[in-house]
Design a protein around this ligand. Structure first.
Ligand SMILES: Cc1ncc(COP(=O)(O)O)c(C=O)c1O
Length: 380
């Protein structure tokens, strides 16, 4: 099997699964319970929070555990909007956000908030100037992703943070789901107030995510109830998945340190090979993109049929992004980058992890060429 769909989800590290099983079977107590079993679970939760905070260079009380990236994004956006409504009702985001950012923004528009969706350039990047132009006295939130999930473009988060330092009433949220452990980001230096991460994108398990909430920021809770997670997010914590996530984060950051040069080499080799296939148009900007995402369009071939052709050869890629791959609409990111409908409808995404190798490339490329040839004959 050649797995090239790591931006949809990653294969959990075996050590991570072992941690999950150990905690789920031996330390199954509810961390809110007063007895010994509960206290043991609580200690594990505290330890995981401390480990994650240390790995991210923030304080333990700034880490809020959620069920994943979608919840953390919804919480950040709706939590700010409802908490800070008295300050203003304007939100700035981009045209290329993940639906877990853009859909909550649309819901807020229905409640009377005003949202500006910033355009991106041909490389899928929003400029600091665009953010500056859109800022108003009543802007309460700027939400901008770190790495785009469809094409891998890296947004100028640090520069935007520096700009927003002059707007103390505006909260800065960053969706770091695709960037964590692949593209370095110092959250303090970038002056980020809220930051989303999700365990299953870095070889952890589904059901655990993180919202970094800078000390001093208040959020109206999405989930009200028992007051867990420092009153921010009620609900019994998923201790096994959270402990497993702390391990996955440590392991993936270590992999970054040891293997980033190799991953960049793999990316370069993919680009070189894809460029030799005439019917492929590469959409990812090589220089300004993450090491693990390569998007291309297939002139005249239905992308979903291509995905299934490759699957028959035990190779797994995706059409644009996993969540939109079942909807047959053109990619909004490619459209925002200026692609025409045909190009935006035929996007394919290859997404790598530190587990992928140079050796896989010739096999995968040969399979892609074969699939293209076969599908061309069918449509001829
Ligand atoms: C950029 C981005 N944000 C948020 C999410 C949602 O994360 P989750 O799958 O943990 O809900 C994804 C998932 O694909 C993503 O790519």
């Amino acid at each position: 099997m050649i797995y090239l769909d790591n931006s949809a989800t990653t294969k959990p590290f075996p050590e991570v699964v072992d941690s999950f099983v150990t905690v789920a079977t031996k330390y199954f107590g509810n961390p809110s319970s007063l007895h010994e079993l509960g206290m043991k679970a609580e200690r594990l939760l505290t330890q995981a929070r401390e480990q994650i905070a240390a790995a991210l260079g923030v304080k333990p009380n700034e880490i809020i555990f959620t069920s994943g990236g979608t919840e953390a994004n919804n919480f950040a956006i709706k939590g700010v909007a409802l908490q800070y409504r008295h300050r203003g009702n304007h939100i700035i985001t981009t045209a290329i956000e993940h639906p877990s950012v853009s859909e909550p923004c649309q819901q807020l528009e229905q409640l009377g908030f005003e949202v500006t969706y910033l355009p991106v350039n041909e490389n899928g990047i929003v400029t600091v100037e665009e953010v500056k132009k859109a800022l108003r006295d009543d802007t309460i939130l700027v939400s901008i992703m770190h790495v785009n999930n469809e094409v891998g473009s890296i947004q100028p988060v640090e520069e935007i943070g520096a700009l927003l330092a002059r707007y103390p009433k505006t909260i800065f949220h960053v969706d770091r789901v695709q960037g964590i452990s692949k593209v370095p980001l110092d959250m303090k230096k970038a002056r980020i107030d809220l930051c989303t991460m999700s365990a299953h994108k870095f070889h952890g398990l589904r059901g655990a995510g993180i919202l970094y909430v800078r000390q001093g920021i208040q959020l109206s809770p999405l989930l009200a109830g028992g007051g867990q997670e420092m009153q921010f997010r009620s609900g019994t914590e998923n201790v096994p998945a959270i402990v497993a996530m702390a391990k996955a984060l440590r392991m993936s950051l270590e992999k970054y340190d040891k293997q980033i040069d190799y991953l960049l080499e793999v990316k370069q080799a993919w680009f070189n090979e894809l460029k030799t296939i005439p019917s492929i148009q590469i959409n990812t900007p090589f220089a300004d993109s993450a090491p693990h995402i390569i998007n291309f369009s297939l002139n005249g071939i239905k992308p979903e049929v291509f995905v299934h052709e490759l699957e028959k050869r035990d190779i797994f890629v995706s059409t644009t992004s996993a969540c939109s791959s079942k909807k047959k609409t053109p990619s909004k990111t490619l459209l925002a980058m200026g692609a025409d409908d045909k190009r935006a409808e035929s996007g394919i995404r290859i997404s790598l992890s530190f587990e992928n190798t140079l050796e896989e490339i010739p096999t995968a490329i040969a399979a892609m060429k074969e699939a293209i040839e076969k599908l061309r004959e069918v449509t001829r």
